[in-house]
Design a protein around this ligand. Structure first.
Ligand code: GLA
Ligand code: ZN
Length: 668
C-alpha cells in the first residue's frame, strides 16, 4: 500500500477559499463537516496569485489553505493552477495565447487557452508544478494531483505550425511520404518543402462546418494537437513525480470530448477523472455510456472530479436537479465505476460567469437549503458505506469499440451525410444494452477482443493496421462481431481501401457494399426481416451484395427494394452481423437481441425493464445498484426481495415500489 493510498470514497470538490475573506473559511469548515465532506480540490485557478510576477512566487495563502485542510483531516486534491494564465505573462509574452481556427491571435482573457507549443508556457507551467510539488509533495494529506484543468481546444499559431512539421517529420520521415499519406496530388497540393505545410484551419484547408479539404492532414493535426497538450500534461506530471512519489496524478477529462485521444492520454495518467455535466435532456443511457467509456480508458475505476449539486450556468437552459436526482446520479456514477463523488463547487462564487452555477453552499450562505441537505444526506450515506465499493470491478462480456481516430475521420468526411455523428451513432447501439441491463465495456481498437463474447463496432470507418487480423481472429475463435454502414472505408491516413467496401472487413462480413445512399431527415426507407417484421430506416442505406453472408432483412422501397439491408455471415467458429442502414430503435433491438441470444448474452436481472441495474464485483461478492431514472410505478425485482439496502439499511420487500430517482444497493 502506498503511503498516500485513498482508502475512502472521496466526497467534496472544487474549493476556492482564495476567492473569499478568511472569516468565511471557518464557516466553510463547519459546513463541510456537517455535509460529511472529506475532500477538497484546491488551487485550480490560482496561478496569478502564486506567481504575481515573473520572478516572484507567493505561497503564503496556499500554505494556510493546505494547513487548514490538513489539520481537519481532509484528503486534498491539489491542482497545479495552469488552466488559466496570469495576465502579466500574456502581456510580456503574447506567444502564450492561442491562434484560433479563424486565424485570430488572442489577447489576454478566458482560460484553457495556453498555446501548448509555446516555450514560455512550457517553461513556466513545468516550473510551477515543480515548485508546488517541492513545497507540498511530502504532505500526507495530498492524495491526488490535478494537473491544469479540462485540457482542450486547438491552437494554430506559428509555434504550433513549426511543431507540427517536426511531428510530421518524426511520423513520416520524408516529404514524399507525407504527400502520399494525404494524397496531395488531389487539387495539386504537393509539398516540396516542409515549410510549405501550414496548420489546417479556416485560413488553410478548412471548409464549411470545420470540415477539411484534406481530411488526412486535418486528422494528423488533431493527433498532433492531442499529443501537444498531452506533452504539457507529461511536463507537469514528471515535475511532480520528482518530489511526490506516492500521490496519484490525474487531470479532469470531459467524457466523449472530441479533441483529445483519451485512450492515448489514459496511458500517461495514474487514474482517470472526469467532469459529468449532462443537460436537462441528456438520455440517462448516454451518461451511463460516458461513465463506461471513462472506466474503459484504463479498464479501472475512475474519479468523478466534478458534477454540479444542482444547477449549471453554461447550458442554454440550466434546470435544477429535482429532489433525489443528484443522489441517483451520484450512485449511477459509482455503479459504473467511480470511486469518488466531487462537486463543482463547494461555495457559489460571488462574481464572474459562474455565479449562477450550483454549489454546495449557496449565495444565502446557510445550511438551510434543499441542496445542502441533499449533499449532506448523500455524504452521510457514503460515509457509512465505507470502503464497500472500493476495489470492486465492473465485468462485461460485450465490448463496444470507441476510437478517436474514427471520431475524427467520420466527422471530417465530406459526404455521404452531414448527420453522421460519431458519438450519437455509438450511443444508439449502446442504448440497447443499457435498456436490457447488459453490462458493456467501452473498448479501444487495440483491446484484447478475446475477453468478450460480443464486439460491437458501429461506423468503424477507419481500420488501422492490425485491426483486420485482430477482428478476424476474434471471430474465427467463436466471437460475434456486429458492425454497420460506413465501416471499413479508409486506412489510418483517410485514404480509401480500394477493391470494394467494407475493405478489410469484406471477407469476414461476407458482403460487398456497392453504393451508399444518403437520406435527408424527412426521408425513410423500410426493411423487412426474414420472419416478417418491418422497421423504418434512414440516414444511410447501403446497397449490399452477398458474398457468402445471408440476408436477415431487405429494403422494401426505392430502386434497391428487395436487396439486403442486414446480413449475417459465419466466419470460422464465429459470426459477423452487418447492419447496412440506420434501423429504428425496434429494428436495432431485433437484430441485437438475435445476436445476444445466440452468443448467450443475458441481462444481469431479467424482467427489470425500466430500471437501471448495474453490478460491481469484489472478491466474489456482487454489488447490485438498482436505480429508476424513468417513471414512478416500477417494482423491486423479485430476486432482490429480502436483501438489505446498504444505503439505508431497509430490507427490500416484495412488490416494493421504486419511484423515480430511488436507488438501492444490495450485496448478493
Ligand atoms: C468545468 C470546469 C470548472 C467549472 C465547471 C462549471 O467542468 O472544470 O472549472 O467551470 O465546468 O460547470
Ligand atoms: Zn500554438
Amino acid at each position: 500500500m502506498s503511503a498516500k493510498e485513498i482508502t475512502r470514497i472521496l466526497y467534496g470538490g472544487d474549493y476556492n477559499p482564495n476567492q473569499w475573506p478568511r472569516e468565511i473559511w471557518d464557516e466553510d469548515m463547519r459546513f463541510f463537516k456537517d455535509a460529511h465532506i472529506n475532500s477538497a480540490t484546491i488551487n485550480v485557478f490560482s496561478w496569478a496569485k502564486i506567481q504575481p510576477e515573473e520572478d516572484r512566487y507567493e505561497f503564503a495563502e496556499l500554505d494556510d489553505i493546505v494547513e487548514m485542510l490538513s489539520k481537519e483531516g481532509y484528503d486534498i486534491v491539489l491542482a497545479t493552477a495552469t488552466g488559466a494564465l496570469p495576465a502579466w505573462m500574456a502581456r510580456k509574452y503574447p506567444e502564450v495565447e492561442r491562434t484560433d481556427y479563424q486565424g485570430m491571435h488572442h489577447k489576454y482573457g478566458h482560460r484553457h487557452n495556453a498555446c501548448p507549443n509555446s516555450p514560455v508556457f512550457r517553461k513556466y507551467s513545468k516550473k510551477l508544478a515543480s515548485k508546488l510539488a517541492e513545497r507540498y509533495g511530502k504532505n500526507p494529506h495530498i492524495k491526488c494531483w490535478h494537473i491544469s484543468n479540462e485540457y482542450g481546444g486547438t491552437c494554430y499559431c506559428e509555434n504550433c505550425e513549426r511543431a507540427f512539421r517536426v511531428w510530421l517529420q518524426k511520423k513520416y520521415g520524408t516529404i514524399e511520404a507525407v504527400n502520399k499519406a494525404w494524397n496531395t496530388e488531389f487539387w495539386g497540393h504537393t509539398f516540396y518543402d516542409w515549410d510549405e505545410i501550414v496548420a489546417p484551419n479556416a485560413l488553410g484547408e478548412g471548409m464549411w462546418d470545420e470540415r477539411s479539404a484534406f481530411a488526412g492532414m486535418s486528422i494528423d493535426y488533431k493527433r498532433f494537437n492531442s499529443d501537444s497538450l498531452l506533452q504539457n500534461y507529461k511536463d507537469e506530471r514528471d515535475a511532480i513525480r520528482q518530489y511526490d512519489k506516492d500521490a496519484v496524478i490525474t487531470t479532469n477529462l470531459m467524457g466523449t470530448y472530441k479533441e483529445l485521444d483519451y485512450f492515448k492520454w489514459a496511458k500517461e495518467m495514474d487514474v482517470i477523472s472526469w467532469d459529468n455535466y449532462p443537460s436537462y435532456n441528456t438520455p440517462w443511457s448516454r451518461t451511463a455510456m460516458t461513465h463506461d467509456l471513462m472506466r474503459g480508458l484504463k479498464d479501472k475505476p475512475f474519479m468523478l472530479m466534478e458534477q454540479t449539486p444542482s444547477q449549471q450556468n453554461w447550458q442554454p437552459y440550466n434546470s435544477l436537479k429535482k429532489p433525489g436526482q443528484m443522489r441517483a446520479q451520484s450512485y449511477q456514477t459509482i455503479a459504473h465505476g467511480a470511486n469518488t463523488i466531487q462537486f463543482f463547487q463547494l461555495r457559489r462564487s460571488v462574481g464572474g460567469c459562474e455565479k449562477f452555477h450550483g454549489a454546495v453552499i449557496s449565495h444565502a450562505g446557510t445550511e438551510d437549503t434543499r441542496v445542502f441537505r441533499e449533499v449532506a444526506q448523500l455524504g452521510a450515506e457514503l460515509e457509512q458505506l465505507g470502503d464497500t465499493v472500493l476495489k470492486s470491478r465492473n465485468e462485461a462480456q460485450v465490448g463496444i469499440v470507441f476510437d478517436w481516430d474514427n471520431y475524427w475521420g467520420l466527422e471530417y468526411a465530406s459526404g455521404p451525410s452531414v448527420d453522421l455523428k460519431y458519438v450519437d451513432q455509438i450511443h444508439s447501439y449502446y442504448e440497447y444494452f443499457y435498456n436490457h441491463n447488459i453490462p458493456v465495456n467501452m473498448i479501444p481498437v487495440d483491446a484484447d477482443f478475446e475477453r468478450y463474447k460480443v464486439i460491437v463496432a458501429p461506423v468503424l470507418y477507419m481500420i488501422k493496421d492490425g485491426m483486420k487480423e485482430a477482428l478476424e481472429q476474434f471471430v474465427r475463435n467463436g466471437g460475434t462481431l456486429i458492425t454497420t454502414y460506413m465501416s471499413g472505408i479508409v486506412g489510418e491516413s483517410d485514404n480509401v481501401y480500394l477493391g470494394g467496401y467494407p475493405g478489410p472487413l469484406r471477407a469476414m462480413t461476407g458482403v460487398w457494399v456497392e453504393e451508399i445512399d444518403a437520406l435527408a431527415p424527412e426521408q425513410y426507407n423500410e426493411v423487412l426481416t426474414g420472419d416478417g417484421n418491418k422497421y423504418r430506416c434512414n440516414l444511410v442505406c447501403e446497397r449490399i451484395h452477398l458474398e457468402g453472408a445471408t440476408a436477415l432483412a431487405s429494403y422494401t422501397e426505392d430502386f434497391y427494394a428487395g436487396e439486403p439491408a442486414v446480413t449475417k455471415n459465419s466466419f470460422g467458429n464465429g459470426v459477423v452481423y452487418y447492419i447496412g442502414t440506420q434501423l429504428d430503435r425496434e429494428g436495432k433491438a431485433d437484430i441485437l437481441a438475435r445476436a445476444c441470444n445466440e452468443a448467450d448474452i443475458t441481462s444481469i436481472v431479467e424482467g427489470a425493464e425500466g430500471l437501471e441495474i448495474v453490478k460491481r464485483t469484489k472478491e466474489g461478492k456482487e454489488l447490485y445498484f438498482i436505480m429508476n431514472f424513468e417513471q414512478d410505478g416500477k417494482k423491486i425485482p423479485d430476486v432482490f426481495v429480502g436483501c438489505t439496502d446498504l444505503l439505508t439499511g431497509k430490507v427490500l420487500e416484495k412488490e416494493m415500489p421504486v419511484h423515480k430517482y430511488d436507488t438501492y444497493l444490495v450485496e448478493k
